[in-house]
Design a binder for this molecule. Sequence first.
Ligand code: SF4
Length: 122
Amino acid sequence: MSLDTFKNRMADNVRGRFYVGDQCLDCDLCRAVAPENFARNDEGGYSYVNKQPQTAEEEARCREALAGCCTETIHDDGFDFDWAAIPPPTPYHLRPENQTARARLREQERQHDCCKHKKDAG
Ligand code: SF4
């Protein structure tokens, strides 16, 4: 994706190819599709990569989650960046300026039910 996208990734992501950016709606699709690799931050109400895929099947599931994420906030370019040199930002849910944006995203998801539709269709 881009350096800006990587800079704004969720702080909980473990280092590696896949990571979740800052537009997660907490729809649960990735956690349902790839439960070994995605987890939920319960306090913040969002997903993050808690384990990079270690098998071909896990990688396929991560790619399926990436393709199904309605906000396109799962990325697979983590090897392009130096995780140590670019520290994770303040956790999304702890930045006051992001509360309005998160509320708007959740309202969009509630109205359009986009991720649930993809999950049900799959
Ligand atoms: S599929 Fe995307 S929006 Fe849905 S929980 Fe996962 S990262 Fe968040």
